[in-house]
Ligand binder design. Structure first.
Ligand code: AHR
Length: 320
């Protein structure tokens, strides 16, 4: 009898201990709404607004209280925001990290506090046990698809300029690597200039102006790591007196409305989609963590490839 009570006690203790891995941050009363912190890395572009809206809408739909912070492109701000979520004792954290490195210590603090963290749209280069999952696109695939389209449209001969995203962010690193897979296998494709435009429209325009000043009509193709920089580059090409989409072919990634509009206008030749509508999956993953369930470490988005010719028929139904 005594032995049976001891075994029962141990089982109860083990269940309690395992739920503390990610469950300790749950609100105490069953009726209390859960509180989730969302740390967005910046809010300078339509893609980020769409992601933020997706998270806010989903939180409201599920009856959660959302604490939102815009880190304004500063990793230090982002780390401070996550620390403040931990100090408030939120039930879960959604993190769209600015860059891949430097988040280890704060992720460890969240884990020690029993607060699950779900990574939205960008990965971190840290121990996978520190986060529940990464929800987002295959950036290498995206870059490679753009490379294949460029190869097809140019018959394998082109001088390419590349507008890179934020340095140190994994979409930047992997979109570059994916595109270079195709370039390196086709010696007629040459990246003659490559520089960061920080995923930003104004910076994309400025960098394209510098590219045009240096190489002018020698440029055949622009590969922009996102639509915003492509739209900036298109403006720069027009101001330079050339015709984007014809004199200089333009390609990008994301699929925001302005990207589709640029295709409708004949300025952007093709884009590869990268969906920002990650709110529902983000909360599904947090809920799974609260229930103590195993979650796959990468929940991959399904993205499409779109060419200029089909844009007019699709633009009205785009959700972002
Ligand atoms: O991480 C996703 C990328 O980041 C999107 O392509 C871009 O527009 C954003 O800033």
């Amino acid at each position: 009898m005594k032995r049976n009570i001891m075994v029962l006690l141990m089982v109860v203790l083990m269940v309690f201990a395992s739920s503390a891995v990610f469950g300790a941050g749950q609100a105490e009363g069953a009726d209390q709404p859960k509180v989730v912190g969302f740390s967005q890395c910046d809010s300078q572009q339509a893609w980020r607004w769409a992601e933020t809206e997706s998270v806010k809408e989903e939180a409201a739909l599920r009856g959660y209280t959302l604490q939102y912070n815009d880190a304004q492109s500063s990793q230090a701000n982002q780390i401070a925001a996550v620390r403040s979520f931990i100090a408030q004792g939120v039930d879960g954290i959604l993190l769209a990290p600015q860059v891949t490195t430097g988040f280890g210590p704060v992720l460890r603090e969240a884990k020690e506090a029993g607060i699950p963290v779900v990574l939205l749209d960008r990965k971190v280069d840290e121990d996978p046990s520190l986060f529940v999952t990464f929800i987002g696109s295959d950036f290498v695939w995206e870059g490679e698809q753009v490379g294949k389209i460029v190869l097809e449209d140019t018959n394998g001969t082109a001088n390419i300029v590349e507008l890179q995203g934020t340095p140190g962010a994994d979409p930047t690193i992997e979109r570059k690597a994916g595109f270079e897979k195709v370039v390196n296998a086709n010696p007629g494709l040459k990246i003659i200039l490559s520089q960061t435009g920080d995923f930003n429209r104004t910076k994309g325009k400025e960098v394209m102006e510098a590219f045009l000043k240096a190489e002018g009509k020698n440029i055949d193709v622009v590969y922009a790591h996102n639509d915003d920089m492509a739209v900036g580059a298109i403006q720069a090409i027009k101001e330079y007196g050339l015709d984007p989409g014809k004199d200089i072919l333009v390609y990008s990634i994301d699929g925001v409305r302005d990207g589709f509009q640029a295709m409708v206008d004949g300025d952007l030749n093709a884009l590869v989609e990268c969906t920002p509508l990650l709110g529902p999956q983000g909360f599904d993953a947090l809920e799974a963590a609260w229930r103590g369930e195993e979650v796959s470490k990468w929940i991959k988005s399904e993205d499409g490839i779109f060419r200029m010719e089909e844009a007019a028929a699709l633009i009205e139904n785009r959700k972002y």
